[in-house]
Design a protein around this ligand. Structure first.
Ligand code: SF4
Length: 313
C-alpha cells in the first residue's frame, strides 16, 4: 500500500534564522491516525502548516495521494487542499463569526466547486454526521457551546470529502467530558469514512487514545517514533520517557525535566536535548544522533540506542 502522505526532509526556517522544523519525515497510511506530540513550541503546528502549504517551508519530497504537493499550484493545489483539510484548536479560525454554521460549510463547498443544488443536502448530511441538529446549523458561532463549535468545524472540514484531516490541538480547548465526546466522534468518522488523521497535541493521553503511530518532536526534530502501543510500553528516548512520566494514572516514576527547551535560534550542537538530559555525555555534543530503527517501525535518535553492547553482538 502506498502512503497517503509521504513527506521527507520537511524544513521551515524563519527569516531570523530560527529552524522551527528541521528535517522531519512523516508518512501517513490511508485510514490511520498518526499522532505528533511534544511541548508547545516544538514545531508540531509549523510542521502541519508546511504540509498544508500555509508556510513556505521546504521538503525533499512531499507527495499526497501520489501527487506532488510541494510543486502543486493553482487548480491542482485547490484540488489537493479539498482532500487535505484541517480542524484547528479554535473553531473561530475556520468558522466566520458573521456567517451561520451552515453558511461556513457552504463556503467551503463553493470554494471547491460543489454545485448550488448539491450544497444544501450535503450540509444537512454533514450536520447529521457530526451530531448537530439543523437548528444548530442555522446558529452563529457565538450561539454554540465549545463542543458544538468543534463539531461544526469538523463538519466544515469533512465537506469536501478529505482523505487526510489535520487535527491541530483540536480538542485541547475543551473540557475533559466534551473532549472525550469529540474524540469518540473523530474515531467514529474514521471508521465510517476511512479518513486518516494527523493528530497534533501536547496532551499525550489524548494522542494515546486515538493514534496508531506516534512521533515525538523536540526543538523542530523527531526524536522518537513508533507504533503507539509500543511507544507507550517501551519509550526509549529520555525525552519521551519524561513526557510519559508526567501523564497521570500511568504509574511511572516522575521524571522532572530541568529548565526550558533551549532557544531554537541557538540550539545546542549534537543532540538538542542534551542540556536537559540526565544521561548526556560528551558523545551527545558531537554529531546529531540519527533516527535508528530498534524494532520494526520503532525508531529513536539517541546515542544510548542501540546499546553499545548490541552493536558488538
Ligand atoms: Fe540524552 Fe545523549 Fe540520548 Fe540526547 S543523545 S537523549 S543527550 S543520552
Amino acid at each position: 500500500m502506498s502512503a497517503l502522505l509521504e513527506a521527507r526532509g520537511l524544513r521551515m526556517t524563519y527569516g531570523n534564522g530560527v529552524r522551527a522544523v528541521d528535517d522531519v519525515d512523516i508518512d501517513i497510511e490511508p485510514g490511520e491516525t498518526f499522532g505528533l506530540v511534544g511541548e508547545s513550541g516544538c514545531g508540531k503546528s509549523t510542521t502541519a502548516k508546511v504540509i498544508l502549504r500555509l508556510e513556505a517551508g521546504q521538503a525533499e519530497t512531499m507527495r499526497f495521494e501520489d501527487a506532488d504537493l510541494m510543486a502543486a499550484k493553482g487548480a491542482e493545489l485547490r484540488r489537493l487542499r479539498a482532500r487535505l483539510q484541517v480542524v484547528p484548536q479554535h473553531p473561530a479560525t475556520s468558522l466566520n463569526p458573521r456567517l451561520r454554521v451552515s453558511e461556513s460549510i457552504v463556503f467551503n463547498l463553493r470554494a471547491h466547486g460543489w454545485s448550488r443544488a448539491d450544497r444544501a443536502p450535503r450540509v444537512a448530511e454533514l450536520l447529521d454526521r457530526v451530531g448537530l441538529a439543523a437548528q444548530q446549523g442555522r446558529a452563529y458561532p457565538h450561539e454554540l457551546s465549545g463542543g458544538q463549535l468543534q463539531r461544526a468545524a469538523i463538519a466544515r472540514a469533512l465537506a469536501t470529502d478529505p482523505r487526510l484531516v489535520i487535527c491541530d490541538e483540536a480538542v485541547s480547548a475543551l473540557d475533559k467530558s466534551v473532549q472525550a465526546q469529540v474524540l469518540n466522534l473523530l474515531v467514529q468518522l474514521q471508521r465510517d469514512l476511512g479518513i486518516a488523521y494527523l493528530f497534533i497535541s501536547h496532551d499525550l493521553s489524548v494522542v494515546e487514545h486515538v493514534s496508531d503511530r506516534v512521533a515525538v518532536m523536540y526543538l523542530g526534530r523527531v526524536v522518537e517514533e513508533g507504533p503507539a502501543e509500543e511507544l507507550w510500553a517501551r519509550p526509549l528516548h529520555p525525552y519521551t520517557q519524561a513526557l510519559l512520566s508526567a501523564e497521570p494514572g500511568q504509574g511511572r516514576e516522575r521524571i522532572v525535566l530541568q529548565g526550558d527547551p533551549p532557544s531554537p535560534s541557538d540550539p545546542p550542537s549534537g543532540c538538542t536535548f542534551r542540556t536537559r538530559c540526565a544521561y548526556a555525555t560528551e558523545v551527545c555534543a558531537g554529531d546529531r544522533p540519527p533516527l535508528i530503527e530498534i524494532t520494526p517501525g520503532h525508531r529513536v535518535a539517541c546515542t544510548l540506542h542501540p546499546h553499545p553492547e548490541a552493536l558488538l553482538a
